[in-house]
Design a binder for this molecule. Structure first.
Ligand code: NAP
Length: 248
């Protein structure tokens, strides 16, 4: 499905994360994948775990110059980027009155500003080639006002991503670029790692029609769909991957 295509995925070095699962799904379909993450060595190791012909680079999505540098290096070493997954994110399980300015800024900076900046870095070349698919990872927390691990500032940043995704889809559609969002429910990754006990999980599972927490692969398969031509006429969409936890 992705033969000859180049994908860049932010925050994809985390071993049990959604980003690396998406990288695996895309590599398995012939894509050449660039793993971008904070730590160069972890990014390189994650890329190596995919097999030959992939690339791992340090890229802090908060730093616009780092985004530009990473996109330039990916283009030089793998070819121009066809697919971007804005996956890097952090969360904090804070209540409204406990959110300090630095918490708000940290969460908004990585999730929302990072999504804007990395998109800005890939768009010029995509526009020139009149092709591209940008996938932005939001959260069920944006839709229902909080998940389990995200405070109000996380909900706000992830809701901001939905607005940004739709606005980018509208502006970039005429240039042949599709932009879509994915809203995962509760997925078992390191972002929630170890924080839930088995009895707590069992309680949560009762509220999920499909009866289980999500796996990184559940989200990765939707990213693959949005990256591929199977979704050629889909833009500005938000795809829920939540087992029915939130039906609206
Ligand atoms: P994860 O395993 O913690 O992966 C997130 C990755 O992003 C980590 O490798 C992290 O690096 C990296 N990162 C953090 N700040 C960064 C920055 N400034 N620049 C580049 N990379 C950065 O979490 P995940 O669960 O796979 O999350 C992936 C995305 O899905 C996030 O946007 C998250 O908000 C979203 N999401 C997750 C869930 C869930 O239940 N898991 C639900 C809804 C949405 P370090 O480890 O070095 O910090």
């Amino acid at each position: 499905m992705l033969q000859g295509k180049v994908a860049a995925i932010s925050g994809a070095a985390s071993k049990r994360g959604i980003g690396l699962a998406s990288a695996r799904a895309m590599a398995a379909q012939g894509g050449r994948v660039a793993i971008l993450d904070l730590d160069a060595a972890s990014a390189a190791a994650a890329a190596e775990s995919l097999g030959d012909g992939h690339l791992g680079l340090a890229c802090d999505v908060v730093d616009p110059a780092a985004c530009d540098r990473a996109v330039r290096e990916v283009s030089e070493r793998l070819g121009p980027i066809d697919i971007l997954v804005n996956n890097a994110g952090i969360t904090q399980p804070l209540k409204l009155m406990d959110i300090k300015l630095q918490d708000y800024e940290a969460v908004t900076r990585v999730n929302l500003r990072g999504t804007l900046q990395l998109s800005q870095a890939v768009v010029p070349a995509m526009r020139e080639r009149r092709r591209g698919s940008i996938i932005c990872i939001s959260s069920v927390s944006a839709q229902r006002g909080g998940g389990i691990f995200g405070g109000p500032h996380y909900s706000a940043a992830k809701a901001g991503i939905l607005g940004l995704t739709r606005a980018m889809a509208r502006e970039l559609g005429p240039h042949g670029i599709r932009v879509n969002a994915v809203t995962p429910g509760l997925i078992e990754t390191d972002i929630t790692g170890g924080l839930l006990t088995e009895p707590q999980k069992a309680e949560i599972n009762k509220t999920i029609p499909l009866g289980r927490l999500g796996r990184p692969e559940d989200v990765a398969d939707i990213c693959l769909f949005l990256a591929s031509d199977l979704s050629a006429y889909v833009t500005g969409a938000t795809i829920d991957v939540n087992g029915g936890m939130h039906i609206h």
